[in-house]
Design a protein around this ligand. Structure first.
Ligand code: PMP
Length: 305
């Protein structure tokens, strides 16, 4: 966010003015990427703001930190309460993006981060609308391979992982695409730079399994649940690159991207260059659920007001 997005952020239990929320130059995470974060969406519905799967995101934040043996000092419950309190404090009612970040602070230049290393947690909320164009995106298979569990665990949503995503994004934008899809070190399909990928073939849905170096996306899980509920078979399995070109439909899932069709891959139209019926089915249900319009899934939304 280049500009100020709101009056206050939440910083280690306090509301701090956006422009006063800063860190010392020797902050460990600034040098080594020792930070974990989340991306959460709030959906404005006119008279309320619904936060989607808040608790699940905060749980993932804490699990990501635990992979690196550091900790957010706040519990999941405290983080959820802080998010709602901040939304109220800045009086936000429009659709927004919520960014919790836990980072290692003044630990020196030593790499042995432990449970005792100083960490800080900040929650930032700012207005946010669509990430990609709704009618679908043009993607390419990246020449960059996704990071691998044997070196940098993709299942932990750590700041450092995103250097891999930056390289893939720079390459795809340079070549005129909207998003890049990365393969894992085996050459199987992994995920996009900031989204999970699904394919549809003969009315059956497949998504790369978690051993394919993909993040366990919360939207990914939501789409799996919706897909099954709508009667589709959904398989988590290794996916070969060529299956992408042979698929009937492709779509991406992510908090920022939501559910969006890939209408072209490496210059080839997918589903005649349009969003397909299965993607549409799942997307439309998702768009209702996140706005608190489906009773069965109200447990996933936290009303702010
Ligand atoms: N993969 C990567 C690399 C991501 O950054 C994201 C966004 N958090 C996703 C997948 C999708 O995850 P989620 O649905 O939890 O936002």
């Amino acid at each position: 966010m280049k500009n100020k997005g709101a009056e206050y952020v939440w910083f280690d239990g306090q509301f701090v003015k956006w422009e006063k929320a800063s860190v010392p130059i020797m902050t460990h995470s600034l040098h080594y990427g020792t930070a974990v974060f989340e991306g959460i969406r709030g959906y404005g519905t006119g008279n309320n703001l619904f936060i989607f799967r808040l608790e699940d995101h905060m749980k993932r934040l804490r699990r990501s930190a635990s992979v690196y043996n550091f900790n957010s000092r706040a519990t999941t419950k405290e983080l959820c309460e802080a998010t709602v309190a901040l939304a109220r404090k800045i009086a936000i009612k429009c659709s927004c993006y919520i960014r919790p970040l836990t980072f290692v602070g003044l630990h020196g230049i030593d790499l042995n981060v432990t449970r005792d290393s100083p960490t800080h947690t900040v929650i930032i909320i700012f207005p946010f609308d669509k990430y990609f164009k709704a009618e679908g995106i043009k993607a390419c298979v990246s020449s960059w391979r996704r990071i691998h569990d044997g070196s940098l665990p993709p299942l932990a949503k750590a700041a450092g992982n995103y250097l891999n995503s930056v390289l893939a994004t720079q390459e795809c934008r340079r070549n005129g695409y909207d998003e890049s899809i990365m393969l894992d070190t085996q050459g199987n399909v992994s995920e996009a730079s900031g989204e999970n990928i699904f394919l549809v073939r003969n009315n059956e849905i497949s998504v790369p399994n978690l051993a394919s170096s993909a993040l366990e996306g919360i939207t990914r899980e939501t789409a799996i649940i919706i897909g099954r509920k709508l009667g589709y078979e959904v398989k988590e399995r290794p996916i070969a690159r060529t299956e992408l070109y042979m698929s009937d439909e492709l779509f991406l899932t992510g908090t920022a991207a939501e559910i969006v069709a890939v209408t072209h891959l490496d210059g080839r139209p997918i589903c005649e260059g349009k969003e397909g019926p299965v993607t549409k089915d799942i997307r439309e249900m998702y768009e209702k659920i996140v706005r608190g319009k489906v009773d069965e899934y109200m447990r996933w939304v936290t009303p702010v007001w």
